[in-house]
Design a binder for this molecule. Sequence first.
Ligand code: UDX
Ligand code: UDX
Ligand code: ADP
Length: 466
Amino acid sequence: MQTHIKNICCIGAGYVGGPTMAVIADKNPHVKVTVVDINAKRIAAWNDEDVSSLPVYEPGLSDVIQRARGRNLFFSTEVEQAIDQADMIFISVNTPTKTYGKGKGMAADLKYVELCARQIASVAKTDKIVVEKSTLPVRTAQAIKTILDQTGNGVNFQILSNPEFLAEGTAIKDLEEADRVLIGGEESEAGQKAIQALVNIYAAWLPKERILTTNVWSSELSKLTANAFLAQRVSSINSISELCEATGANVKEVAKAIGLDSRIGSKFLQASVGFGGSCFQKDILNLVYISKSLGLTEVADYWEQVIIMNDHQKRRFAEKIVQTLFNTVSDKKIAFLGWAFKKDTNDTRESAAIYVADQLMDEQAKIRVFDPKVSETQMQTDLNYLNTRSEAENEALLKATEDPYQACKDAHAIAILTEWDEFKTYDWKKVYEQMKKPAFIFDGRRILDRKELEAIGFRVYRIGEN
Ligand code: UDX
Ligand code: UDX
Ligand code: ADP
């Protein structure tokens, strides 16, 4: 097993694999990095001359791609060939929550990861370091190792856990200036050598003290724990937002007052319509599922409450809209500004907007959405995935527009679901004039200036204040 890697393969060209490999290739010009995916359309988009149509939108990503692509960064559908040539293979495929069978709605579905492991086992002829990059439940590395060792042909495999801590929308910055990189491996000599090989890749741009090495299970569990702690902060402040609305306290003032305590810190205290994204909910559910499987009921219940609080936050936002619009939204037009789960990304997985829309559509509201980076097709896919009503009904009730003013024209109310910066710059007087009166704004992200809107004539509700 060598400690200087020449050839890397990454299986999975998604939100994690794409940006991560782009930065690794950019910083290690002498290492050949090939990102493979079974989705030919996705690979074609990564190879598109026009970098504005990359499959993942991330600020700064197109510059990195332009520097490295074709030099030592390649995107391909030739999965087997890339596995065969690589000394180090990252598994970066999707691990959605199971939608069937045991652990349905909670456990991670590992079928894509297992398929990768089997493919690596059948193709590999030389020793490989296999790195798990996808978010996985604790002990997955062990499962991967068992598959590789039993179906392999005398090839030695070392399995490392190298969880991703990048947040979407800031992925490139998070990779280039990572707070820390975590690498878990076996305590054996071969395990330590494999760890060193991956340390060397990151040391090309990060100071050594930020590269932590641990055993495999600590590394796997740290990823789930980090996301659970972050999500818990959002649910905690969101629980306080409801209390603020009931008492006349202002959540912004409360968040500031507690955030200045250095033991608490100021980040991740932004009250919102609820957290979304591919990681928080999934990772907490994973933690809950693992705890339950181990018979740790109190631990499971403790973390599950973070999810319950988040579901409640989304639901009460939708209820607030219905209640304020005189208890009926049937046939009323409600404009949504934002569909992505947060700003600066085109990712919509678990976005609060999906659930708020679904609930309002149950009340027969007509939703018109504007999001600067999300297509109508994606919105319909998200709704259809919930299985609440037929595809035709979803299409009839929800439509996207290319223009925010068009979305708001003749609307009874506007709901802010994503904190895109451009929403702050709109001509709100013009928006107001084209709306039905009384004109309501429900600011689920607390980004608009309340006084200014009220001076125009809007009736304003913001999460966390009354
Ligand atoms: C607390 C608040 O910190 C302080 O700001 C407030 O004004 C009064 O209440 P105190 O109760 O004196 O102060 O002690 P604190 O340091 O907060 O510890 C409280 C408990 O938590 C202790 O039993 C401590 O041992 C425990 N603790 C604290 C832990 O178990 N782990 C930790 O990481 C920190
Ligand atoms: C998260 C972790 O931050 C990252 O370290 C991990 O690798 C992947 O999961 P991400 O899901 O991309 O990243 O976004 P993040 O910035 O953590 O936001 C998650 C959700 O919480 C978003 O919906 C966001 O809008 C919401 N949020 C965040 C709040 O509502 N309030 C806050 O104060 C912070
Ligand atoms: P993440 O946010 O974890 O990166 P994505 O869904 O964005 O998740 O990306 C995962 C990618 O992995 C998808 O593009 C999918 O096509 C790809 N993938 C899944 N299974 C395999 C496989 N066996 N071989 C190659 N690519 C795969």
